[in-house]
Design a protein around this ligand. Sequence first.
Ligand code: THU
Length: 130
Amino acid sequence: MSLVDDARAIREKAYAPYSNFKVGAAIRATSGKVYVGVNVENVAYPEGTCAEAGAIAAMIAGGDTRIAEVAVIADSPAPVPCCGGCRQKLAEFGDADVPVTLATVAGQSLATTIGQILPGVFNISHMQKA
Ligand code: THU
């Protein structure tokens, strides 16, 4: 089963009663373990969380801290780009060359990387004193 298949399978469990836009995410950690997540919305809209954030939380709780591969899937006309916040969250745990597959339920997919979706990432080197 590919990582996109893992994201596709978990997507069904998304809690998205407000947007009706279910998203599934799967992360393969450098250990080889796969972690999945879905978007979880809330009636107080800003409290909702993205699928990528759920997969990252599962990875950390599972004892992994480094991402080897990411897949995100939604039922959209074109592969859905990760939101800006999730790009920064992924960059916290994955190197710039980590592959990211953005897929649609209909079967389209776009291959990119964490570095390509977040050029100019803010990282710890920017926090050094001048
Ligand atoms: N969403 C994600 O889960 N991941 C993304 O990368 C884009 C957006 C969710 C958040 C919200 O529940 C719904 O999609 C509509 O924005």
